[in-house]
Ligand binder design. Structure first.
Ligand SMILES: [Mn+2]
Length: 468
């Protein structure tokens, strides 16, 4: 009898667990975003509890330097988390564990014709079992499965999986977290580390003053309230909900259940009924983290980790994962810098009219005016900003150390219509001598300088063929 995909994935996790248990020492290689940082936190705590010596190497992407380090490190085992699946045939050593959710390298195993060239790699990835790597599993929840297979007592790390999944926007789904992510969520709920409840899914439940909480909402747009501070003041006034308590501005999580219900009901008047699932759905609260500081909500927690990663401070993110107080101030500094960079980058694109439109795609070239680590966010924000076209995929270029960094974003509805930017970035980059990958509505690539036009031609052809 054929076993269920999830059983086969679990069996893979057991094999990977066995390799980590038998390791002498471990090099952990992790991506620098929230999902990668929580993955690294899970992997390092797991190694620490096993008494293994380990180092963590954070990488923005799997470039040739990182691959070289993996192939030549003197650690006897390498555990690659939240990246690495796309490069399986580049590893020239044994004893590698990969826990990832990105599209795996199709060349792997095909090129391994002799026993000599057959590397021992334990690869745990939902794609292998026809599960969706953009909704059903992230790096952190896949890494968590291995950690739990190593020792059931590692269940106390489940909350990190929930944060990682929210970091990769996998909660933006009618049913909240599903698949492998749901396994981690259920464990975290059982531990009392996470509360899952139906609530407003707007950003800033833990940290934004009420007016800003509503005013800055753009997913979905709240008709008559988004970007209108005056209207938002009136909105709370009409409902009789005070904005401050003892001269301190109240946040969403400070409101009583009755007050919250009033607001939720009133907000339904400001959206299209078909957007209600985006506005109100499952939210994840972390009751063990303090009310102030923005770590009590899983999405906001992930945002703090993302800003650590973007400003080359991922190790601070790992400390925050375990609630280290000293790291919080560093994180706040990162976050403030991040907000400043994003808003000035958006202004830059607007004021200079950088967006060009073709028949099937739109694009802009930020040159070196926008940091390559934030250009993807800026592209994503443009899609949800009034006055821009959200129904066309957007391609953004920025200068990077090793060529031109490309970020591609598209509205989720285009993904539902068959658009897969991951395949497009991968193939188009390969044709012009670069590399790329990612997910269906959020992907990226690095390409050689001066290949932008040729690249755009190929991307446009592929977008057209997927959508028509
Ligand atoms: Mn990820």
């Amino acid at each position: 009898m054929a076993s269920e995909p999830i059983d086969r994935l679990m069996a893979d996790a057991e094999h990977a667990a066995d390799m980590i248990r038998k390791a002498k020492d471990v090099l952990i290689v992790a991506h620098i975003d929230a999902d990668g940082i929580t993955s690294a936190a899970i992997a390092s705590k797991t190694c620490e509890r096993l008494g293994k010596e380990y180092n963590v190497l954070f990488a923005n992407k799997m470039d040739s330097d990182t691959i070289h380090t993996i192939n030549t490190t003197d650690k006897d085992t390498v555990w690659i988390v939240d990246l690495g699946s796309g490069y399986l045939s580049d590893y020239k050593r044994d004893r590698i564990v990969v826990s990832d959710h990105h599209v795996p390298d199709p060349k792997w195993r095909r090129g391994q014709l002799t026993l000599d060239s057959f590397q021992i790699i334990e690869h745990v990835n939902c794609h292998t079992y026809e599960m969706d790597g953009s909704t059903e599993a992230c790096g952190a929840t896949t890494t968590y499965l291995i950690s739990k297979a190593i020792d059931q007592s590692n269940r106390d790390l489940a909350y990190l999986g929930v944060i990682g999944a929210c970091g990769d926007l996998q909660d933006r789904n009618e049913y909240g977290l599903i698949g492998i992510n749901r396994i981690a969520l259920n464990d975290a709920i059982a531990n009392g580390d996470v509360i899952a409840e139906k609530d407003l899914r707007l950003f800033g439940r833990a940290s934004r003053p009420l007016v800003q909480f509503i005013q800055y909402s753009n997913d979905p747009n709240l008709d008559g309230l988004t970007d209108d501070s005056h209207a938002c003041h009136e909105f709370f006034d009409d409902l009789g909900i005070p904005l401050t308590e003892n001269n301190v501005s109240r946040k969403w999580l400070d409101l009583s259940p009755d007050e919250k219900q009033k607001v939720r009901d009133a907000l339904k008047e400001h959206i299209r009924p078909c957007d209600e699932w985006i506005l109100i759905g499952e939210t994840y609260t972390l009751p063990r983290f303090p009310l102030s500081g923005g770590l009590r909500d899983a999405k906001e927690f992930a945002t703090s980790l993302n800003s650590c990663g973007r400003y080359d401070d991922a190790p601070t993110g790992v400390k925050i994962c375990f609630g280290e107080q000293s790291a919080m101030a560093d994180a706040e500094r990162n976050r403030a810098e991040h907000r400043k960079n994003i808003s000035s980058a958006l202004q830059y694109v607007k004021h200079n009219d950088l967006i060009h439109r073709r028949q099937f795609i739109q694009y802009f070239d930020a040159g070196d005016a926008i940091k390559d680590t934030v250009v993807g966010i800026v592209a994503g924000m443009i899609l949800s900003t009034e006055g821009f076209n959200r129904m066309m995929p957007i391609i953004a270029f920025a200068k990077a150390d090793d060529g031109v960094k490309v970020s591609a974003r598209a509205d989720r509805s285009l993904g539902e219509r068959g658009l897969d930017l991951s395949i497009i970035m991968n193939r188009a980059a390969e044709i012009v001598g670069g590399y790329g990958g990612g997910h269906n509505v959020a992907a990226g690539a690095t390409i050689p300088v001066d290949k932008e036009d040729q690249f755009l031609d190929i991307v446009e052809d592929m977008v057209a063929s997927q959508l028509i």
